[in-house]
Design a protein around this ligand. Structure first.
Ligand code: HEC
Length: 143
């Protein structure tokens, strides 16, 4: 007889625990979509460092090559996106490299942002991917 209330209590505790875990999972998975912290951080970096040349809607300001929305490069191979942001590129105009000014976390955030805002839909870029590329690419780019 004594055992019953205890068992009952435990069941409720376990059910509540599972419920909370389920909720937490939904929140975490939901956040990794558009509102991940790195996306929002990337949006801030974009406004501060990229908007002047690339435009508020990624539509480009200076040359066609500054258009980021619907760009195959931006939504394609993550390493190519990381390469352009870290070490820049010279074509019709000059895209400055950010390897000295932005951390791995910041490059990952802004890269993730330009891959996921406007009508772009590509996977996120992690700080680890940037760190790996920075180590290799520095030598390759002679920086
Ligand atoms: C001073 C102007 C300027 C600033 C600031 C700038 N860019 Fe650029 N960016 C350019 C130019 C110009 C190009 C095209 C270069 C070329 O002609 O190849 C470019 C190209 C790119 C590309 C390649 C686009 C494609 O489809 O090939 C990416 C990605 C990019 N920039 C991201 C960024 C990010 C992220 C930032 C901010 C951290 C940034 N840029 C800041 C001028 C700029």
């Amino acid at each position: 007889m004594k055992i019953f209330p205890v068992v009952h209590f435990r069941r409720i505790t376990i059910a509540a625990f599972l419920g909370i875990m389920g909720l937490a999972t939904v929140v975490v998975v939901g956040c990794s979509e558009k509102k991940a912290p790195s996306f929002l951080q990337g949006q801030e970096i974009f406004k501060a460092d990229c908007l002047a040349c690339h435009g508020a809607n990624g539509g480009g300001v200076l040359y066609p090559k500054t258009v980021l929305v619907n760009s195959a490069l931006v939504t394609g191979d993550p390493n190519k996106v990381i390469a352009v942001i870290l070490f820049g590129r010279e074509g019709e105009g000059v895209m400055p490299g950010w390897y000295m000014n932005l951390s791995d976390q910041e490059v990952a955030a802004v890269a993730t942002y330009i891959r996921q805002d406007w009508s772009n839909r590509a996977g996120p870029i992690t700080p680890a991917m940037v760190a790996e590329f920075r180590a290799k690419g520095k030598k390759a780019a002679g920086k």
